[in-house]
Write a protein that binds this ligand. Structure first.
Ligand code: FES
Length: 123
């Protein structure tokens, strides 16, 4: 099992890769337990996936975990993710890593990019 160190980085030496499915498109990608879901999502090759602050502060990478478990890699701004949201699986992709098979839905800015590409219209 990977753990976060004091700087918020994950230790890759004990990493495991997990399958992650984007429910809206049916696409899957592999994501290491040492990296965030946003990093894994970026590898599916979608042009224009919004990458903001990468530290849980801007809210552009909001997703909903529908199945499976994730572990937090750092704090998420309460301005974007309330405690109630978090309890319902709403998280920031730049601040969580997979801890097994995960199914997720994208929302907000990321959803626009993912769905536009799914329809064959590239950003
Ligand atoms: S990129 Fe800013 S909150 Fe995720």
């Amino acid at each position: 099992m990977s753990t976060a160190n004091n700087t918020g980085d994950l230790q890759a030496s004990t990493a495991t890769k997990h399958c992650v499915r984007l429910l809206q498109t049916g696409e899957t990608f592999m994501c290491g337990s040492y990296e965030t879901l946003l990093q894994g999502m970026a590898r599916i090759g979608r042009k224009g996936i919004p990458v903001g602050c990468l530290n849980g502060g801007c809210g552009v990478c909001k997703i909903v975990i529908r199945s499976g478990n994730v572990k937090k890699t750092g704090a998420m701004s309460r301005a974007h993710i309330s405690e109630q949201d978090e309890a319902q699986g709403v998280v920031l992709a730049c601040r969580v890593a997979p801890d097994g098979y995960v199914e997720l839905e994208v929302t907000g800015c990321i959803k626009k990019t993912i769905m536009r590409a799914q329809c064959g219209v590239m950003p």
